[in-house]
Every structure is written in C-alpha cells, then in structure tokens.
Design a binder for this molecule. Structure first.
Ligand code: IDP
Ligand code: MG
Length: 153
C-alpha cells in the first residue's frame, strides 16, 4: 500500500485542531504508520520547501513553520497520496472547497493547517527526510477487511 507524509503545522497545534485533523484521516480509513512531534529547523525547511526559497513570502513561511513544534505523520492506504491531497484542499484556505481540511478549518494561504505530499515520488523523499526507517510501523490493522475488498488489498 502507498504511504504519504503530512505535517500538522504550528497553527494547527496552537489552535487545538490536532485531533480534528487526524480524526478525518482515520475515519476515511487511512492508517497511521508513523507519528511524532518535532521542531523544524531552517535546514530541514529549506530542503522541504526548496521550490519556494526565492519567493518573497519564504521568510514568513519559515517563521510560521518554526512557531511551535509540529506533528509529522505517515498515512497508509491505496492511492494515499492522491486521497490525502484531495482531502487537504487548495493551498489557500479561502479558496479551498468546503469539506476539505483547509476549506473547513482555515482562512489563510500561509496558515493552512497541514502539509501533504504532492506525488508518490515526493512522499518517499519526504518520509525519508523526516522519519528514520525504524519509526515507521507497516502493520495491517484487523479492520482492513472492512475498509477494502479482497482484490483491493
Ligand atoms: P501546498 O502546501 O498546497 O503543496 P505549496 O505551493 O507547495 O502548496 O506551498 C507550500 C506552503 O507555502 C503552503 O502550504 C503555504 O503554507 C505556503 N505558501 C504557498 N504559497 C503562498 C503564498 O502565496 N503566500 C504565503 N504562503 C504561501
Ligand atoms: Mg507543496
């Protein structure tokens, strides 16, 4: 099964939305295979947001992502990357569709609740960037037959 990577951003920790966001993924049938709290550094953020380092808002994004510790997690499921991106919604919360996490929980482009990997290739890179191999638990919970048909597992 595919795995994807998420960050619950500092605004989500500060606003007490950790449970609400994680509950959505669990109710959907995604399986948490790794989860921990950590402080992000300039080094890891420059790597993680390499595509944005030249943008004018980058210093503000750096500060925002360092404001509190974050929660990083790995979620497992069929097509997990695409499913989690769809549940996440558009980058700017004000434009994100109602029903998505950003559409339901935020009002900002920068303070947009979570990060989610945007492709299977980047998910592999991001999981390896934030987790050691022995911090990922690739177990199959007993509810799996209630989540997927046999030919989907
Ligand atoms: P994504 O998180 O939807 O994949 P990216 O373009 O990869 O969006 O941007 C990474 C993060 O940078 C966003 O989640 C958001 O926090 C921040 N960001 C992106 N564009 C803007 C902007 O125009 N203003 C402020 N922050 C932005
Ligand atoms: Mg992105």
């Amino acid at each position: 099964m595919e795995q994807t990577f998420i960050i619950l951003k500092p605004s989500t920790i500060t606003r007490g939305l950790v449970g609400d966001v994680l509950t959505r993924f669990q109710r959907k049938g995604l399986i948490i295979t790794g989860i921990k709290m950590m402080r992000l550094t300039d080094d890891i953020l420059r790597e993680h947001y390499a595509h944005l380092v030249d943008r004018p808002f980058f210093p503000s994004l750096l500060n925002s992502m360092k404001a509190t510790p974050v929660i990083v997690a790995v979620l497992k499921g069929n097509d997990a990357v695409a499913v989690v991106r769809a549940m996440t919604g558009a980058t700017n919360c004000r434009k994100a569709a109602p029903g998505t996490i950003r559409g339901d929980f935020g009002m900002s482009g920068q303070e947009n609740i979570i990060h989610a990997s945007d492709s299977p290739e980047n998910a592999l890179i991001e999981i390896a960037r934030f987790f050691k191999p022995d911090e990922i638990y690739d177990y199959d919970p007993i509810v799996l037959p209630a989540i997927y048909a046999p030919d989907e597992r």
